[in-house]
Design a protein around this ligand. Structure first.
Ligand SMILES: C[S@@+](CC[C@H](N)C(=O)[O-])C[C@H]1O[C@@H](n2cnc3c(N)ncnc32)[C@H](O)[C@@H]1O
Length: 264
């Protein structure tokens, strides 16, 4: 076994990231970046460091699960959901179930909560958003629901006043009514389906770009299973559906990569 393969196996074991499910090149680039920072020149030397140093395990985990996000990231996707998806779902039922997969620090999940509230201001619906991520540190921040003004740049002044409270330390905290719409939990997307099923919408954006083809195929099958018979899959612009998954999802907005489950 070469040094990188051996290191990859150790990463699976001690960092808890299934390296075999990601593109090898992606793992290599992240590891090389940690090697530069920690002054290690070979995979073997870095392997020794990783085994012996808990802080390095944490740093590598952070490097492998980049958590960059913001409220209403790529606003056109949310606009398309509001115009083409919500009327269909809420038109026929008074509840909506959403799974935000790979939610990082919570901004995307809370954006859906705000989007539904804005859409249904006159006639509230029962909304439940399940938000999951592999990284428990980001989930802690997500539950706290407190943000810097820069992550709110896609919200209007009025929306900020309506849904946030400005704290004395200058940070903005989501009001309890929005926090209560979202349930956060730890879940590895490569390990199968979490408890929720019969969902109206699954949103998984800026996550699968790091996955290999097999993993993308499995993930599309997983989302297919988790959705209700005609639920929606919001994939986001940076990602693409594999050819073999195309029969299972019908495009609703090909530019924003929003699909509807094709009933069997
Ligand atoms: C760049 S953030 C995307 C956040 C949000 N979806 C967005 O588009 O703004 C990617 C997130 O995917 C999570 N992630 C990566 N691999 C994962 C896996 N196997 N299972 C669950 N989450 C994963 C990371 O921890 C990270 O928080």
């Amino acid at each position: 076994m070469d040094d990188f393969t051996s290191l990859s196996r150790t990463i699976e074991r001690v960092v808890g990231i299934r390296t075999s499910q990601y593109k090898e090149d992606y793992i290599k680039r992240r590891v090389l970046s940690r090697m530069r920072i920690s002054g290690k020149e070979t995979f073997k030397d870095y392997h020794h460091l990783l085994i012996s140093d808990d802080a390095e395990k944490e740093s590598l985990k952070n490097a492998l699960t980049i958590n960059v996000t913001e409220f209403f990231r790529d606003p056109e996707v949310f606009k398309a959901v509001s115009q083409k998806v919500l009327p269909e779902i809420i038109g026929k039922q008074k509840k909506i179930r959403i799974w935000c997969a790979g939610c990082a620090t919570g901004e995307e999940a809370y954006s859906y909560a705000i989007l539904v509230r804005e859409y249904m201001r006159m006639n509230p619906v029962d909304v439940r958003i399940y938000a999951t991520d592999i990284d428990s540190a980001v989930l802690g921040k997500a539950r706290e629901g407190t943000y810097d003004i820069k992550s709110l740049k896609n919200l209007t002044e009025q929306q900020i006043r309506r849904y946030f409270t400005l704290r004395e330390d200058g940070r903005y905290e989501l009001k309890p009514m929005v926090k209560e719409d979202v349930r956060f939990s730890n879940h590895d997307l490569t390990s199968g389906i979490p408890a929720a099923r019969f969902l109206d919408l699954v949103s998984c954006r800026n996550v699968t770009i790091y996955f290999n083809e097999n993993q993308k195929r499995d993930l599309a099958a997983l989302f297919y299973e988790a959705l209700s018979h005609d639920g929606y899959y919001v994939m986001g612009k940076t990602e693409y559906l594999l050819r073999e998954s195309e029969a299972h999802f019908t495009p609703v907005d090909s530019i924003q990569k929003i699909y509807r489950k094709t009933p069997i």
